[in-house]
Design a binder for this molecule. Structure first.
Ligand code: N01
Length: 547
């Protein structure tokens, strides 16, 4: 039950973040009969979908209608998706609809930034302090803080002196941003940049793309969702759901089971061409099974895509600059809608920063080694301090006042991607050590929350007050995560998956790449009475709250 003593409110569960995961956390723990309070610094639900309103922002994955909550059939039956790669604003509308349907807002405090979260060993409770002066305690702290929410802002000489508008894609203003008649520079050619660049180019007087790493991008093949598609999804929802649960990425696809190297070059070319024409994530969900594990197989697909780029981009020098040279798929695969064609426009210049690095910004320009580019606006599509960054920004203090920054100085220690030794009763959603960004995120959040809820019930039934992983189970989990990753090509490329995009960050591949295996592993731990955890007897709840 929620209660109040002085200026402190008491709950069973405090959730930080009202994005997709935090929204579901609220619903799930409410259904369990627990008192829940959610805090979010934004003024609305949606998390990443609230902040990413940049031009061209869309679900860049297999998309609608399968990027959604699945815990009730009601939303599937009720909600009409418009396109397969839904616009950011459409996903946000869906999330608002869900928030209204479930009356979530009454338990969410918006515009409230959690400044600190401290564990009290005597009471076995977390205390959170917010910037509004509202403080709360809870037995459980759910960190639904987002895997991609802490912006990576580049520290480039003179950037602070730039006098024009400067926007990061992940902190996009809610007021309209006009590019008309402006000379715009975009830094970054990841998913956000590649979505934004074609849209900005259509409106701006001139667009200068400042590219550090050339990327592979595949046709998004966005299209309208027909009434037949929706009827099919609704009528066969149970079947689709079962496929999503069985699939490694949480989407309704049956994977290809053959090696690229078993096909003849002609067969391979025909297969790749078919997948290219179909677009979306077909290459990853229905492509050959060894693209991410065999250098030789990887090269067949990488060469195919490089050939496509050359065939679309008319100027050979520009095409040369756009040639990616890493293993395809080992940076987050990107979907594009007109990106390659954008370089055929007269108002677009590509600067390859590897050959022509940025020296500095001035009030009105960016100066690279080869000369000065006058600009009126900067768009920073420079990504995120991903996966661990938002947890470290929160920097909770666990047993003995040890901060997460101290605990994670060299490695993001965790068990099952959800719990951290020394931080009892704290659960991360989509954190390091979990499939997180490699899985359909709403579905992943539902499945993690289901496990966490069962774990809380277990504690209650056993009269236990706190749990945390042992050092041995954290070490074993780290080896399991690394063992799976090291069997692939992923760790061999610098990416935000490996932490290489943020200076000083521990450099290793921290996501669990085993797909559906992850959910079997966590279920197995639960079935073995939460093996790998250490428990403490519960102290009296009332005493705990009062002290
Ligand atoms: O960020 P990124 P993003 N100087 O890190 C460059 C998800 N997402 O926002 O590759 C110059 O991928 C950096 O260069 P490099 C999706 O999972 C989802 O685009 O590090 N350049 C890179 O080109 C995605 O993967 C959706 O050498 C600098 C770019 O900036 C993830 O979010 C939409 C630089 C950053 O690319 C992140 O994508 C969009 C510097 N100092 C994104 N610093 C939807 O589903 C960085 N770069 C809607």
């Amino acid at each position: 039950m929620a209660s109040k003593s002085g200026s402190i409110e008491h709950y069973d569960v405090v959730v930080i973040g009202a994005g997709v995961s935090g929204m579901y956390a609220l619903q799930h723990f409410r259904e369990m009969g627990l008192s829940v309070r959610v805090y979010d610094g934004a003024s609305n639900v949606g998390g990443t979908w609230w902040h990413n309103g940049y031009p061209g922002a869309r679900v860049d994955g297999p998309g609608s209608p399968f990027y959604c909550f699945t815990f009730t059939d009601e939303f599937v039956k009720d909600w009409d998706w418009a396109e397969t790669q839904s616009k950011s604003s459409d996903v946000h509308e869906y999330l608002e609809y869900v928030a209204d349907k479930l009356d979530l807002r009454r338990d969410i405090q918006f515009e409230t930034w959690v400044q600190d979260a401290v564990y009290d060993e005597a009471t076995q409770r977390w205390t959170v302090e917010t910037n509004t002066g509202v403080n709360a305690t809870a037995q459980y702290l759910i960190c639904a803080v987002g895997a991609l929410s802490k912006a990576n802002l580049p520290n480039i000489a003179g950037i602070k002196d730039f006098a024009g508008e400067c926007h990061h894609t992940g902190q996009w203003p809610h007021e309209p941003v006009s590019f008309e008649g402006k000379r715009v520079a975009v830094i970054g050619t990841g998913s956000s940049g590649i979505q934004a660049i074609p849209e900005i180019a259509k409106e701006a007087e001139h667009l200068t793309v400042l590219q550090r790493t050339a990327q592979f991008a595949f046709p998004a093949a966005n299209r309208e969702i027909t009434p037949e598609d929706l009827a099919d999804a609704r009528e066969n929802w149970d079947e689709f759901k079962a496929m999503m649960i069985a699939n490694a990425g949480g989407f309704p696809h049956a994977g290809e089971m053959t090696s690229a190297l078993d096909a003849t070059p002609e067969e391979r070319e025909a297969h790749y061409e078919k997948l290219w024409q179909r677009g979306s994530f077909k290459f990853f969900l229905e492509g050959y099974n060894d693209i991410a594990t065999s250098e030789e197989a990887n090269k067949t697909l990488a060469d195919f895509v490089r050939g496509k780029i050359r065939s679309i981009v008319k100027d050979p020098e520009t095409a040369d600059k756009l040639m990616p040279d890493h293993f395809v798929m080992t940076k987050r695969p990107i979907l594009e809608d007109g990106y390659w064609h954008t370089y055929n426009r007269d108002n677009v210049t590509l600067v390859d920063l590897r050959e022509d690095p940025i020296e500095r910004f001035t009030e009105t320009s960016v100066i690279t080694a080869s000369g000065e580019h006058p600009i009126d606006m900067i768009v920073l599509a420079t990504g995120y301090d991903a996966i661990s960054g938002s947890m470290l920004r929160l920097n909770p203090k666990g047993r003995g006042g040890v901060s997460l920054k101290e605990r994670w100085e060299e490695r993001f220690h965790n068990y099952l991607g959800m719990t951290i030794g020394g931080f009892p009763n704290l659960f991360m959603i989509h954190g390091p050590g979990s499939p997180g960004v490699f899985y359909n995120m709403p579905l992943g959040a539902e499945r993690q929350m289901g496990w966490i809820g069962d774990c809380m019930r277990h504690l209650e039934k056993q009269g236990l007050g706190a749990l945390e992983p042992s050092a041995e189970s954290e070490a074993a989990w780290a080896s399991e995560v690394s063992g799976i990753a090291n069997a692939t090509l992923f760790p061999r490329t610098d990416s935000w998956w490996t932490g290489a995009n943020v200076e000083g960050k521990p450099r290793y591949f921290s996501a669990y790449l085993g797909g559906a295996l992850y959910y079997m592993r966590i279920a197995d731990v639960a079935s073995k009475e939460y093996a790998g955890f250490e428990f403490e007897e519960a102290r009296s709840g009332d005493d705990a709250k009062a002290s």
